[in-house]
Write a protein that binds this ligand. Sequence first.
Ligand code: ADP
Ligand code: MG
Length: 323
Amino acid sequence: MNEFELIARYFTRAVHERRGVGDDCALIDVGDRTLAITTDLLTEHVHFFPGTDAASLGHKALAVNLSDLAAAGARPRCFLLSISLPRADPVWLDAFSRAMFELAAREGCELIGGDTTRSPRIAGQDGPVTVCITAIGEVERDRLRGRDGARPGDDLWVSGELGDAALAVAHGLGQVPLDEAAARACRQRLDWPLPRVALGLALRGLASAAIDVSDGLVGDLGHLLERSGVGARVHAQDVPRSDTLRRIERALQQRCVLAGGDDYELLFTASPDHRVVIEAAGRRCCVAVTRIGRMTAEPGMRWVGDGGIDATLGGFDHFAGAA
Ligand code: ADP
Ligand code: MG
């Protein structure tokens, strides 16, 4: 059973709320407002290397949630923080909270609650740091956007560049040598992702569907196609990537760009009529937006160019290969 089968089988029920499991955010109507709610858990050893700098963790724990709000076109409003720590280290906590509040202030959302526990020592070892943030935003009811609105003929777009965060992980695991400047640049993308909140808002009424790329392009595009009931023809070589990544050998480069994860860019679809407006929105939000393919009525993903793609590439799955 993989992660998504697990969620579908055990944690998915029909809901009376506007939108439940299956999108980047759940949506609930409260009076004449619609709230978008999302939660993401970061666990040491799984989501970040032990010893990861506290400031980057404080930033990232909030950023990954704001990225889900961005996908839904929601304006961040507030968030809850649940945290489990092996010890109360003032230096660590100061750096963590400072970076988290810096991003919160920049994106206009406030910490309104949470929970704090100590993680247990097991066999003389510190327990892991675990951080779970739940973010709440507001969406306009007449411009709701999920993963399910893509139509055949729509363009497929992606913001920014993909793959650098995955390259940083590969480097961290000793799988690829990088010079110091390249390693630092990739590590920046891994540790300090910039949630595309402004672009997400600018795409309201333009993008027919969107998802944030957190588990790799192939996997996340798969979720969008499945929810929308369409297919896609994608140009592998058009998927934007950094110069650092272009210098890496092809197989690893392709793995990072298409199946890496931790990109926190927006993957979205829109009618070709909106091309000029979308490019202008990207410029206004200071983020590149690139067309990488076309949605098709025929289901499935077809990769063209770049000699096709490695058929084993898929999205990140926490339970892949587990019993
Ligand atoms: P994202 O990457 O955007 O955070 P995921 O891929 O982790 O989303 O999750 C897919 C969908 O499943 C989302 O709609 C999420 O809210 C839902 N989901 C994940 N885990 C659970 C759970 N334990 N219970 C209910 N819903 C869940
Ligand atoms: Mg998401």
